[in-house]
Design a protein around this ligand. Structure first.
Ligand SMILES: Nc1[nH]c(=O)nc2c1ncn2[C@H]1C[C@H](O)[C@@H](COP(=O)(O)OP(=O)(O)OP(=O)(O)O)O1
Length: 198
């Protein structure tokens, strides 16, 4: 992504980025189908009680793409033709390791969605604006598109604080990158997200 061709979608916070000494590779995978997005409710560990995509650490000898497929299957029981769509970098004040997270998405899947020890999968309605990649926010006559899945909307208030910045980019089919530094209160302290123009 060259800088002159990037849409910056957010910027802010304190003047300095946090220091870090190690980087750990993670994955996060999102499956959508028919205007619905599959998220998992994290039952334990890091990010407990938040909804998120399915993912985890990249193990030694694995590529991020292989790890993404393995984690999706382990945590939700399904397989999907995942495509890479973004990279996120997170720094937390009390952790020496920074998170480098490759984000993947798919529009179809196979297998039976199954709850795991770690995640409880659940479908959510995708905002009408992002029901299909490159969809327009309103119908041709300007009227808003109807929600028709009967499902709850994406629960941004029960997700990581950075998610509202980049999840809509992913749902709009855009490639993105971003960094967020968190404060010890769990709030965003400094952040930047950028996406390729449509
Ligand atoms: N700020 C953030 N916003 C976000 O949307 N996802 C985040 C995030 N910080 C971490 N994640 C994701 C990355 C990854 O999918 C997940 C962390 O993975 P896990 O908790 O599954 O890691 P574990 O250390 O348990 O690894 P595994 O044992 O390999 O599953 O949370």
């Amino acid at each position: 992504m060259s800088s002159e061709r990037l849409d910056e979608v957010a910027r802010g916070g304190v003047p300095d980025w946090l220091p870090f000494s190690k980087i750990k590779l993670y994955t996060n995978a999102f499956v959508r189908q028919d205007g619905k997005l599959l998220l998992g409710y994290k039952k334990r560990g890091f990010g407990k009680d938040l909804y998120n995509g399915f993912g985890g650490k990249v193990e030694p000898g694995e590529t991020p793409a292989q790890a993404a497929l393995r984690e999706l299957e382990e945590e939700s029981g399904i397989a999907a033709p995942l495509e890479h769509c973004g990279v996120l970098f997170f720094v937390l004040p009390d952790l020496e390791q920074a998170f480098h997270i490759d984000i993947f998405r798919a529009e179809e899947y196979s297998g039976a969605i199954t709850e795991s020890d770690e995640m409880r999968p659940q479908w959510f309605d995708i905002e009408p604006a992002y029901a299909t990649p490159n969809a327009k926010p309103a119908a041709a006559d300007g009227s808003p598109k109807e929600h028709n899945t009967g499902l709850p909307p994406i629960p941004y208030d029960q997700m990581w604080a950075d998610d509202p910045f980049w999840l809509p980019l992913m749902l709009a089919g855009r490639h993105f990158a971003g960094r967020a530094d968190f404060g010890s209160d769990g709030r965003l302290q400094k952040w930047w997200f950028g996406a390729k123009p449509v």
